[in-house]
Design a protein around this ligand. Structure first.
Ligand SMILES: *Cc1c(COP(=O)(O)O)cnc(C)c1O
Length: 415
């Protein structure tokens, strides 16, 4: 190390910097078709918005108070929030929300609000809920009970009812997951509501709809997710189904609940109602552009095509004897983790011997065919080799037996 830091820190040649940036761009482009394990749509072209990335856009504070000056996009933010509010059937005269940095911040805000409502509230979420929840609960110092999930990732309603009953001296803050990370399971919100009604406890019902909330709300079949007077908050990721080039999200709740937090205006001329202070104004433009250019019909069609491709993927994988399944509504296809030569090329999400790929809009049939062909090629020689070998009698060792699933109904406490 030299004493003068400028020796080690020469100003770079602009050409070199551009070359490095071009390298990043090429790497991202190269991974585009093989990154099928993570839920990011790639079919919407946001390049018309590129010229707007040369200036700060700061949507500081509450979406319904405009800061001084013009470097914000609050008008677009309000339009996006109202669009989502309408989509989720949020009461027109009692809705509030803001554009977050992502689904995680939406969960954090919702739990923050629920804690203000019910300081002694006990949080219930399923064992398959997103990893952001325990983190948010830890930050907020809230107690939680983890409810069992079934094999396919859905919350166990009987376990939920039992646990709420066991702790009926405390208000219940229930988090339903709409689209779990591993299987895209959807906790049945009306059924959870029925559990809460029977338990007769005061409660806050939050829906973590980061992944599937938006495509499910777009569904036509009467099972659409609704944020009516019985759901208190919902969190959505903006960059998943809508594939925005920056992470972002939407949190929605009711204005009457939000007002209980009682924030006052400050020197920025805005009200500091959100978790983060300064917020990027770009997501408002990106989301506005996506919903305005595609409309309900265009967005619904994207969701339908994604589900069709997921169904196709299940069929193709089963054809090559790689047992795959999916939930009827899901873009996510679940199967045993493929051999290493497949996972070296294809970026899947894997855990406990199971993997998934997600047919987000932008994934094509050709991509799926290539994946299935790679898998078949990797598996076939092994199967043939196994058949050629003389059958040896294997004695079953205890290690071959899957350990029993953990029973995650323990009460954990942040305090
Ligand atoms: C992706 C996801 C999150 C986190 O959302 P981010 O936007 O990545 O912060 C939370 N919950 C669920 C169910 C998710 O799928």
């Amino acid at each position: 190390m030299s004493a003068d830091p400028s020796h080690d820190d020469p100003v770079a040649d602009p050409e070199d910097l551009l070359a490095e940036l071009a390298g990043v761009r090429a790497a991202v482009a190269a991974g585009r078709t093989t990154h099928v394990g993570f839920p990011v749509a790639t079919d919407i072209d946001y390049s018309p918005l590129a010229p707007l990335f040369d200036a700060l856009l700061n949507n500081i504070g509450d979406p319904w108070t405009d800061p001084a000056g013009t470097n914000h996009t609050k008008r677009f933010e309000r339009e996006v929030l109202n669009w989502f509010g309408d989509l989720f059937h949020a009461p027109a005269d009692d809705r509030w929300g803001y554009l977050t940095s992502g689904g995680t911040e939406g969960n954090l805000y919702a739990l923050y609000l629920a804690r203000a409502r019910f300081p002694k509230g006990l949080v219930y979420h399923s064992a398959d809920a997103h990893y952001s929840l325990p983190k948010c609960l830890d930050l907020l110092g809230m107690d939680a009970v983890v409810i069992r999930a079934d094999e396919r990732g859905e919350i166990d309603y009987d376990d939920l009812a039992r646990m709420i009953d066991l702790h009926r001296d405390r208000p219940a803050i229930v988090v339903a997951t709409c689209g779990t990370t591993m299987t895209e399971a959807v906790d049945d919100v009306p059924r959870i509501r029925a559990v809460l009604a029977r338990a007769a406890v005061r409660h806050h019902l939050h829906v973590d709809g980061a992944l599937a909330g938006l495509p499910l709300a777009l569904a036509d079949n009467g099972h659409a997710l609704r944020l009516d007077s019985t759901v208190d908050s919902v969190s959505i990721s903006g960059y998943k189904f809508l594939g925005t080039p920056v992470p972002c999200g939407v949190v929605l709740t009711r204005r009457t609940l939000q007002q209980q937090l009682g924030q006052a205006p400050n020197y920025t001329a805005t009200v500091d109602t959100t978790i983060s202070g300064s917020r990027s104004g770009h997501p408002a433009l990106l989301l506005w552009y996506a919903i305005r250019s595609l409309g309900h019909a265009g967005l619904r069609e994207r969701a339908d095509r994604a589900r069709e491709l997921a169904a196709y993927t299940v069929d193709r994988l089963n054809e090559v004897s790689w047992p795959a399944w999916r939930h009827d509504h899901a873009f996510t296809v679940v199967f045993p983790t493929p051999p290493a030569e497949v996972t070296a090329k294809w970026v899947l999400a894997s855990s406990d011997g199971r993997s998934h790929l997600i047919c987000m809009p932008g994934v094509t049939k050709e991509v799926i065919d290539e994946f299935v062909a790679d898998l078949a090629a990797a598996v076939d020689p092994r199967r043939r080799a196994r058949k050629r070998r003389a059958p040896v009698r294997r004695t079953r060792r205890t290690a071959d037996v899957a350990p029993p699933a953990p029973t995650p109904d323990v009460l954990y406490s942040a305090s």
